[in-house]
Design a protein around this ligand. Structure first.
Ligand code: ZN
Length: 195
């Protein structure tokens, strides 16, 4: 079943050893909130809201802005693709639930799902490099994977994405973008307008 991807799963852990402090951290797609065992249900609800908001706000602050994303793309292209992939824009999108990334080779645009913002840098780099490679080679044939081979974290990143998908019950696995072969991509309005 699909979860609401906009709000993370929350797990509350009550601890007898805690008397006053409340803390929270992210564990994959879940935010774990640690509270003292003595809190009432109403207090718990209030603290959970506060802490989830605090964790997600900190994550948004940490995430790369679009200028940084463009710089990252340029450096990955230079390092692994001899600088041949030159995207015109790289953007975060929040409406992309079926893929981690997508691109439109015709106009050189790349879009990354903003769910990647919570993931390790090597995973973001993998998806970005994957889309950069599609600007040069469509589809997922041997030529395509040969372009990704020099990136040392390809297998690890694919494993990570597969794990996230399995945990969150998503229908995407390590396949970044099943539709990348087609220039017009289903479900991405900005890319559907080709012509
Ligand atoms: Zn792909």
């Amino acid at each position: 079943m699909h979860q609401d991807l906009g709000s993370p799963t929350v797990e509350v852990r009550r601890s007898r050893r805690r008397s006053r402090t409340v803390s929270a951290y992210r564990e994959g797609s879940t935010i774990v909130v640690l509270i003292p065992a003595r809190l009432t249900v109403a207090e718990e609800r209030q603290w959970v809201n506060t802490m989830v908001e605090r964790v997600t706000r900190a994550e948004r602050r940490r995430s790369l802005g679009e200028p940084e994303l463009a710089a990252r793309a340029a450096s990955l292209s230079k390092r692994h693709l001899e600088g041949r992939a030159r995207p015109r824009s790289v953007r975060w999108v929040s409406n992309q639930h079926a893929r981690w990334g997508s691109c439109t080779p015709a106009d050189g645009t790349i879009r990354l799902s903003d769910r990647l913002q919570q993931m390790p840098a090597y995973v973001v780099d993998y998806v970005l490099l994957h889309e950069l490679a599609h600007l040069l080679v469509p589809g997922h044939g041997a030529t395509f994977w040969a372009l990704l081979a020099p990136y040392e974290h390809t297998e690890r990143a694919r494993g990570f994405l597969e794990g996230v998908s399995a945990t969150a019950g998503l229908e995407i696995g390590s396949d970044v973008d099943d539709e990348a072969d087609a220039p017009a991509q289903v479900g991405v309005p900005s890319a559907a307008e080709t012509g």
